[in-house]
Design a binder for this molecule. Structure first.
Ligand code: ADP
Ligand code: MG
Length: 323
């Protein structure tokens, strides 16, 4: 690498994210020293993005920086936690300074929005790979788990899942759309919005929560399985964006909403007695979520048509557009 590792860290990572009073020692020593408040549990998550696997090789650097943090913020959101500190392990083939500048600005913009300090990391040379570890807090024993759901709980999802999968297909030139729809869908893939504020507020109401990264149906199924039950989703209640419908039509839009990945929305369930309080405290039009089904005794994740027949989405997996 032309620029020294030391200079690179100083220039691009020393001032990434926000300054926080609870960072006693950040970047620069062998390890960071962090102060944890009393009465909270530390919440930790890590996710790795590999070029060509988790994002197309040649993705905009700002998007890679954004997504590397966003996927972890989404995991903390699903627990109802408040993010605080991140560590960044970056492996890249060469120290391309314009790339690093954009990467750092993508990471920093999102870190600032969520009051996250970058407190350390590791920089190595090799095929492009970005790993972010995120630490945060949640009041003792109040975190949402996947396992707290019960049959009869009402199931909800935030946002409009499926957009990111279409955005990825657009990025990969497997799909075309009007420029307006394409811009919107691409943005949902390149710059997903982790639902941190919603997650924190849901702790009061949700019995269980998971973030949607592998596809709504698969992740709702994981939540149900962890809760020792099954889940049914009403096909007609699955939210789809106008942009998605305009790009792929109604049926494909619902299929993508159920089985596409990379949405980073929240899927959660609420005891029926608390649904009214949820809607009052967090108006759905304002917070952007809707009910899509319910947990049930019978195991598995099924989608029900208007006539209550079971629809088959088992064929639709990762590869929605062929290649
Ligand atoms: P060591 O060899 O002791 O692990 P390094 O020379 O790798 O230390 O790192 C020096 C300092 O810079 C450490 O505080 C480390 O956490 C930080 N650091 C290294 N790479 C990054 C990075 N990509 N982002 C943020 N901090 C980093
Ligand atoms: Mg050391």
């Amino acid at each position: 690498m032309s620029i020294s590792e030391f200079a690179l860290i100083e220039r691009y990572f020393r001032h990434c994210g926000v300054k926080r009073g609870d960072v006693r020692l950040g970047i620069g020593d062998d390890a960071a020293l962090l102060e944890t408040p009393p009465d909270v549990e530390l919440v930790a998550a890590i996710d790795t993005l590999v070029a060509g696997v988790h994002f197309p090789a040649g993705s905009p650097a700002a998007s890679i920086g954004h997504r590397a943090l966003a996927v972890n913020l989404s995991d903390l959101a699903a627990m109802g936690a408040r993010p605080a500190w991140a560590l960044l392990a970056l492996t890249m083939p060469t120290a391309d300074e314009p790339w690093l500048g954009e990467f750092a600005s993508g990471f920093t913009a999102l870190a600032r929005a969520h009051q996250v300090a970058l407190v350390g990391g590791d920089t190595t040379s090799g095929p492009l790979c970005v790993s972010v570890q995120l630490l945060g807090h949640v009041s003792r024993s109040t975190a949402m788990l996947r396992s707290g759901g019960k049959p009869g709980d009402v199931l909800f999802v935030s946002g409009t899942p499926g957009d990111a999968a279409a955005g990825l297909a657009l990025e990969q030139q497997q799909l075309t759309a009007t420029s307006e729809a394409a811009a919107r869908l691409r943005d949902r893939f390149l710059f997903p919005t982790p639902r941190v504020a919603l997650g924190e507020r849901l702790r009061q109401f949700a019995t269980a929560c998971i973030d949607v990264s592998d596809g709504l149906l698969a992740d709702a199924g994981k939540l149900a399985h962890a809760s020792g039950c099954g889940v049914e989703v009403q096909y007609s209640d699955v939210p789809v964006s106008e942009a998605l419908v305009s790009a792929v039509g109604n049926a494909k839009a619902r299929e993508l909403a159920l089985t596409g990945g990379e949405d980073y929305e929240l899927c959660f369930c609420v005891h029926p007695d608390n649904v009214g309080k949820l809607r009052q405290a967090l108006p759905p039009e304002q917070w952007g979520y809707r009910s899509i089904g319910a947990l049930r005794e019978a195991p598995g994740a099924v989608v029900l048509a208007a006539d209550a027949s079971v629809m088959d989405f088992s064929h639709s997996g990762f590869d929605h557009f062929g290649s």
